[in-house]
Design a protein around this ligand. Structure first.
Ligand code: MN
Length: 203
């Protein structure tokens, strides 16, 4: 097994009342574990690929053997996205970004509220299953994008700073069809310090 499920940096109940314990437990121990298992299965017999960093595989899906491209895209993307997602949440969430990231959000969006509106609108508008992201683009500008399914921003040349899972499995037990309520609640558990660290590592 090349890949394994990372531990959460908090307990399953830590994000209550915004994200419920059972959702976190199933999301992490079943959904994320499933992506890890299927990624390992896809890479069985490809010892060269097993040695390459996951990021490199995701940036170069079209160069992979044809028979594993879809499996790596879906499950490698799923493993990468979820590993990223757990870290940008915390029980000690704050509503606004800090430091250099806060400065560039103001520079690229005008104000924090403009960014927040854009992010929330994008997250609400994802059709079906997918993700909303704050990313750096190739010009070094911050931009809000969405990705379908488990596609990673890396596949489109973007580098993620903050991401939100809007698959129904991320919120349905607590919020049923009310994705906007989940997005509003999620805003209370954003780990802006981690987002800023992600941002600094990309500079
Ligand atoms: Mn998910």
């Amino acid at each position: 097994m090349v890949y394994s499920l990372p531990s959460l940096p908090y307990t399953y109940g830590a994000l209550e009342p915004y994200i419920d314990t059972l959702t976190m437990e199933i999301h992490h121990s079943k959904h994320h574990q499933g992506y890890v298992n299927n990624l390992n299965k896809a890479l069985e017999g490809y010892s060269e690929l097993q040695k390459r960093p996951l990021e490199e595989l995701l940036k170069n899906i079209p160069s992979l053997p044809h028979d594993i491209q879809i499996a790596v895209r879906n499950n490698g993307g799923g493993h990468y996205n979820h590993s990223f997602f757990w870290k940008v949440m915390t029980a000690k969430g704050s509503e606004k970004p800090v430091g250099a990231l806060a400065e560039q959000i103001d520079r690229d969006f005008g104000t924090f509220d403009v960014f927040k509106d854009q992010f929330i609108t994008t997250a609400k508008s994802v059709f079906g299953s997918g993700w909303a992201w704050l990313c750096l683009n190739n010009n070094g500008d911050l931009t809000v994008i969405s990705t379908p399914n488990q596609d990673s921003p890396l596949m489109q040349g973007f580098k993620p700073v903050l991401g939100l899972d809007v698959w129904e499995h991320a919120y349905y037990l607590q919020y049923q069809n009310r994705r906007p309520d989940y997005i509003t609640a999620w805003w209370h558990v954003i780990n802006w310090e981690q987002a800023e660290q992600n941002y600094r590592e990309l500079l």
